[in-house]
Design a protein around this ligand. Structure first.
Ligand code: SF4
Ligand code: SF4
Length: 285
């Protein structure tokens, strides 16, 4: 089973939920953890894996053979990402815009385009005790996260459970991280921004036909929380856990310590969450 943990916005506690869930469930089943939040991976700060290997991840980018090119402009026409510009006697390639789709090389009538590779990040593997751990680290300034996320997901192996820590938001990297999952846990906070971004994330789950449930972090009651509860009721999406505001939890987070490993009551909460997800996913099947 593959569970993705996502959030419509950053800073909701997504990684706190994902890492604690991995720790409690790893006591019973074989767990693999993939940190696909490649722009800002931080699950390793909490799981503290021993990293055993690192491999660069690259994407193919075009290289034009000027001897063969007749400057017909077809490559620029087929490029959906405006990564090519053809002048009278020049072809400009904007590598940062190139998605490595290979379309330009495929359609070039003169076979003037070869592919070379451009590194976009690093994939590191290791283990955090019994948890198999993989994360991607996007190069600073690099905009193209999906190919690195894809590379991280290609390491999915036959564990009882794979937990994917998805990037925040609702754009292409999130879609890449969520695709192929069996269930998605959406972590939100009881604020108007939290509700707005939760609604975007729920729409995305609908488009991906992905069952999901909600965790409300920093739960304090009040109107903000009531709005989220009412929204979830209308959308028929279950609220699986309300994580109360807890100073001790925040203090552990600041020190990079997972709550489940230090506070038994929180360990119980996350274990209960794990049980509910497994039941919910079974019901949704
Ligand atoms: S399609 Fe091929 S021949 Fe035409 S401009 Fe591009 S590289 Fe040159
Ligand atoms: S490989 Fe694809 S994205 Fe890159 S320049 Fe060619 S057509 Fe554009």
């Amino acid at each position: 089973m593959i569970i993705a943990v996502a959030s419509g916005k950053g800073g909701t506690g997504k990684t706190t939920v994902a890492t604690n869930l991995a720790l409690v469930l790893a006591q019973k089943i074989k767990v693999q953890f993939l940190d696909c939040d490649v722009e800002e991976p931080n699950a390793h700060l909490f799981l503290k894996p021993e990293l055993k290997s690192a491999e660069p991840v690259s994407i193919p980018v075009p290289q034009v053979d000027r001897e063969r090119c007749n400057y017909c402009g077809l490559c620029a026409e087929v490029c959906a990402f405006n990564a090519l510009m053809v002048g009278k006697e020049t072809v400009l390639i904007f590598e940062q815009l190139c998605h490595g789709c290979g379309g330009c090389a495929y359609f070039c009538p003169e076979k003037a385009i070869k592919e070379t590779s451009r590194p976009i990040g690093l994939l590191e593997r290791g283990a955090a005790r019994e948890i198999s751990f993989v994360h991607g680290k996007l190069n600073p300034g690099e905009a193209l996260a999906p190919p690195l996320i894809k590379a991280v997901k290609q390491t999915i192996a036959s564990f009882d459970l794979t937990i994917i820590d998805a990037p925040p938001g609702g754009s292409c990297p999130v879609v890449e991280a969520l695709q192929g999952s069996d269930y998605c846990l959406l972590v939100t906070e009881p604020t108007p921004f939290g509700l707005n971004d939760l609604a975007i994330a729920v729409e995305l789950l609908k488009k991906l036909h992905l069952p999901g449930g909600v965790v409300i972090n920093r739960s304090l009651g009040g109107r903000g929380e009531e709005s989220i509860v009412s929204y979830c009721r209308n959308e028929r999406i279950p609220i699986l856990l309300k994580m109360p505001w807890d100073r001790e939890l925040a203090s552990l987070y600041a020190r990079g310590e997972p709550a489940a490993a230090h506070l038994p009551a929180w360990g119980e909460l996350f274990a209960g969450l794990g049980r509910q997800i497994l039941e919910d996913e079974r019901r949704a099947r």
